[in-house]
Design a protein around this ligand. Structure first.
Ligand code: KG4
Ligand code: ZN
Length: 407
């Protein structure tokens, strides 16, 4: 049976569950692309019926960063429990699931292998269709689980591993307008927080680097330290924060030297530096977003009579300051800004299950476990999201009059 037919026959068989509701579709999603072992079961209306997440964050904070073999081992230790707890909390049985989705790209190869391997094993054992998921596609579509957002819409994905600007035209149809040329914003914030030794302060010891910088920045002056404009001479939508990170490093070195800071001490003006570094990243993101909006308008890629939407997601989208700045650009440019709640912005199983559901409904990328395709499904550490439009964006050579951010 081909995969399209397989999905149709399955979705036509309505099932009555032991609790009152009648549901047609229920999908399990498994996430292990980085340092979170997540599993969730969602229905076709976007209800999360059961979920479980094992975060490795504290282990990696203690190690000073993510070590791929450690991440892999922790995924292996927890995957079975996480999946069983998610299923138990949904009060469903494997036989009641319509399909199993798992992240297969992009991410840490060793981590991806654990979730994909486990997902395929379950699909085989329980004779369920398997849906391979692109992690960033899942971040982009999460919003449709909780809000009515029609295609096409613009999406900004800012996380620890990625920074992307895409136009989402359909479940599996994305245009790539810009992406990170070096560190992703979350990665830069994590490294900066580490270099600032924020983790040695009790208040920040269990926070991700990005969250620690956000909290410290609320007590600082964002204009205290000057940062350059990144990629100011490139009229495209790509991102680069390595230069900003380097500027921050120079400030830290200077403060350490001037004030003879001991290894177990924090530099003075720490909050000011956090606030200024965060502002430099926010401003850079805002510029790239504004140019993407101008490009979309120039190429008439969004319907003129409908409300324009920018979705922001990924771990860094939890940052209220950065979101606030992006919101100002949205207001000026006539967009509404939508973001999933923080627990759905960071990595989780529900976003994978929902992406599986979107693909299940559309009959796209659903693989029968007895088909030859099933054995060929493999992980991919790196993978671009959608059709690459970056050259066209650069060729459009759009000069922007920047929205002035009110800080
Ligand atoms: O999406 P995510 O959970 O994992 C990746 O796919 O990368 O994002 C994790 C990243 C980390 O770099 C973390 O420091 C950052 O998101 N992050 C934040 C905040 N919360 C998490 N960055 C800035 N502000 C926050 N509140
Ligand atoms: Zn992510």
């Amino acid at each position: 049976m081909n995969s399209r037919l397989f999905s149709l026959t399955k979705s036509l068989s309505r099932r009555r569950f032991h609790h009152t509701a009648v549901r047609t579709n229920v999908i399990m999603g498994i996430e292990t692309s980085c340092d979170d072992t997540g599993c969730a079961i969602v229905d076709s209306s976007g209800n999360i019926l059961g979920e479980c997440l094992n975060s490795q964050q504290q282990v990696h904070i203690n190690h000073g960063g993510i070590m791929p073999p450690v991440a892999k081992e922790l995924h292996e230790q927890h995957i079975e429990r996480v999946v069983n707890e998610a299923l138990m909390s949904s009060k469903l049985k494997f036989k009641e699931l319509n399909a199993i989705a798992a992240t297969v790209k992009p991410g840490l190869p060793m981590s991806l292998l654990v979730g994909m391997g486990y997902g395929k094993k379950l699909a085989r054992e329980h004779n369920k269709p398997f849906i391979p998921i692109h992690h960033m596609e899942a971040h982009a579509l999460t919003i449709r689980m909780i809000e009515k957002v029609k295609f096409p819409f613009l999406v900004l994905l800012i996380s620890g591993g990625h920074c992307l600007l895409n136009l989402v035209q359909d479940v599996d149809k994305f245009l790539l307008l810009g992406q990170s040329l070096d560190d992703a914003p979350g990665e830069a914030l994590d490294k900066f927080a580490r270099r600032m030794k924020l983790h040695i302060l009790q208040e920040y010891s269990s926070m991700s680097g990005g969250r620690a910088v956000e909290v410290a920045a609320t007590k600082g002056d964002p204009n205290a330290f000057e940062f350059p404009m990144s990629l100011a001479h490139y009229r495209d939508c790509n991102f680069s924060v390595a230069g900003l990170k380097n500027t921050a490093r120079k400030y830290i070195l200077k403060l350490e030297k001037t004030h003879e800071v001991e290894p177990d001490q924090i530099v003075p003006k720490m909050e000011d530096l956090c606030a200024s570094f965060q502002l430099s990243i926010a401003r850079h993101i805002c510029h790239r977003v504004q140019r993407a909006m101008e490009y979309v308008s120039l190429r008439e890629l969004l319907p003129p009579d409908e409300e324009k939407t920018l979705v922001v997601s990924g771990g860094v989208a939890c940052n209220k300051f950065i979101r606030g700045c992006v919101e100002q650009v949205c207001l000026e440019m006539g967009y509404r800004l939508l973001a999933p709640p923080p627990h759905l912005c960071t990595d989780n199983g529900a976003m994978i299950a929902w992406n599986g559901m979107e693909r299940w409904k559309a009959g796209k990328g659903v693989i029968d476990p007895s088909s030859p395709e099933f054995d060929e499904v493999d992980i991919q550490g790196r993978c671009i999201l959608g059709e690459d439009m970056r050259e066209d964006v650069a060729e459009a050579n759009i000069k922007c009059k920047w929205v002035k951010l009110k800080i």
